[in-house]
Design a binder for this molecule. Structure first.
Ligand code: 13P
Length: 248
């Protein structure tokens, strides 16, 4: 399996930030893992043009469940594909919280991504209250069951475990806790899609990944890469994470 270092720029970056993309490509012309950046929608086409001919893949951060129509402000999966994206992040906790996205809506978006030929990066994660109540596995299991359609495989799906309380906080679960959730997700995928398919679907960890903790997180069983927010904005930091994953 090729591991994946994915960067989520969230609502950050204008064209001036494309210099970071050039620097990342220059520093890692042949990375030992798959590398992806998901910029804001306004930069997808420009970033895809900059990345052409390189190993860097480009993703969107959301898409609508429909291919086109009267949905002011939304972007469809075919549009992302047309702009040069190969992946799309779906079900991020910030979209669940800020836009009230439900598992059912995310389920429909994943299907739309697949129909457009995009790889869906499906995000799951418990809140701090849910973890404190001992419900982390139950919560991510329910999210996985309700938001991932039948037909998932390594070619169209990546799962990202992102505990809500670890995003942008500098706090992370213990390595044992990360391993517990990733092992649980692998088993849940195996029950539904078979062991062979489950073994090939990449499970990313996300939430306060940075150069200083990437190596130890990548050494955890069933961690096949990372979904990185803040530390993906600077080529030096994200490049160090790419290097750590390549070495893992
Ligand atoms: P941070 O790496 O900034 O904690 O964000 C993680 C995240 O939400 C990536 O999607």
């Amino acid at each position: 399996m090729q591991k994946l270092a994915a960067g989520n720029w969230k609502m950050n970056g204008t064209r001036a930030a494309l210099a970071e993309v050039d620097a990342l490509i220059r520093a890692h012309p042949a990375p030992g893992c798959e590398v992806l950046l998901a910029p804001p929608a306004t930069l997808v086409a420009a970033m895809a043009e900059r990345a052409e001919g390189s190993a860097l893949r480009i993703g969107g951060q959301d898409c609508h469940a429909a291919a086109s129509g009267a949905h002011t402000g939304d972007i469809s999966a075919p549009m992302l594909r047309d702009a040069g994206a190969s992946h799309v992040i779906l079900g991020h906790s910030e979209r669940r919280a800020d836009h009230g996205e439900t598992d059912a809506q995310i389920h429909a978006k994943v299907g739309a991504a697949w129909s457009a030929g995009l790889v869906a990066i499906l995000c799951l994660g418990e809140t701090e209250a849910e973890r404190d109540a001992g419900r982390a596995l139950e919560v991510v299991g329910a999210q996985l069951a309700a938001s991932l359609p039948d037909g998932a495989g390594a070619e169209n799906t990546v799962i990202a475990y992102e505990p809500v309380w670890a995003i942008g906080t500098g706090r992370t679960p213990s390595l044992a806790e990360i391993g517990e959730v990733h092992g649980f997700l692998r088993r849940a995928l195996a029950e539904r899609f078979g062991a062979q398919t489950a073994a090939a679907i990449r499970l990313l960890y996300g939430g306060s990944v940075k150069p200083s903790n990437a190596g130890e997180i990548f050494a955890v069983a069933d961690v096949d890469g990372a979904l990185v927010g803040g530390a993906s904005l600077k080529a030096a930091d994200f490049g160090a994470i790419v290097a750590a994953l390549s070495a893992a």
